[in-house]
Ligand binder design. Structure first.
Ligand code: GTP
Ligand code: MG
Length: 224
């Protein structure tokens, strides 16, 4: 943490001076604690649902902290000053948590469970499931504010939570790779194929949910 050099050549991201870089690193630790808080909450829900309700709405839980290099690049791009206050108010994806659910309806159940917690504040919600992006991207994004209890103060940090189904996640990870492979200039026929794949993924989600509902309504000893 004290080693401010980034690439071994003494160059810091975006030409930041070592003091600013150290400040950024210290700030990132608080965002990491924010991730830890949210991840623990989701793990508690997951275990409770599994052990006490024989229910498994969360398939996968992941998280990532934005790198100093990406923070500096995005701040420059969007004209956000590299201060704790400005980043806290204007850069919402420094701390990211991703929750993958088996079924679409589980996404909204997990969302409701999180939003019912009194120490979490909803800053913004983007429902790209009800309103998919034009490329076909689907996910529910929650921008949450979570308190982090430090030795001498309480800091509130913003954590971006992305909720999606396995099918939506599969699509998004491939789309992300393609987008970067073509350096953001994706040929039209690939864009069209991805759009079609997004529709297939949505159909799969609807079908799987229908099967799940039918099985849930069938008595356990029903004849096969
Ligand atoms: P930035 O794009 O991060 O500047 O934030 P924004 O304010 O535009 O928020 P948005 O909700 O568009 O995206 C936030 C995050 O969602 C991104 O960093 C990605 O992780 C994810 N995301 C949004 N759109 C897409 C998409 O079209 N494809 C994929 N694969 N991921 C996306
Ligand atoms: Mg965006």
């Amino acid at each position: 943490m004290t080693d401010a050099t980034h690439d071994g050549k003494g160059t810091l991201p975006g030409g930041l001076d070592p003091e600013r870089f150290d400040e950024l690193q210290r700030m990132l630790l608080i965002y990491k604690f924010g991730i830890d808080e949210v991840v623990t909450k989701v793990e508690v829900l997951r275990e409770e649902m599994r052990e006490l309700h024989a229910d498994n709405p969360i398939e996968h839980l992941g998280s990532r902290l934005k790198s100093p290099r990406s923070i500096v690049a995005k701040a420059r791009r969007k004209g956000i000053p590299l201060t704790r206050a400005a980043l806290n108010e204007q850069m919402f994806d420094i701390a990211g948590v991703r929750i993958t659910c088996a079924f679409g309806s589980d996404i909204y159940r997990v969302r409701d469970m999180l939003l019912a917690q009194p120490d979490l504040t909803l800053v913004d919600e983007r429902d790209y499931i009800t309103h998919p992006k034009s490329n076909g991207y689907k996910s529910l994004h929650l921008i949450l504010r979570v308190p982090v209890f430090l030795s001498d103060r309480v800091e509130s940090v913003v954590v971006e939570v992305q909720l999606r189904t396995i099918a939506m996640d599969f699509w998004a990870s491939l789309e992300h790779k393609i987008y970067y492979k073509y350096d953001k200039e994706v040929p039209q026929h690939i864009t069209d194929a991805l759009k079609l794949a997004a529709e297939v993924a949505s159909t799969l989600d609807v079908t799987m949910e229908r099967i799940r509902d039918e099985v849930a309504q069938t008595p356990d000893d029903a004849p096969g």
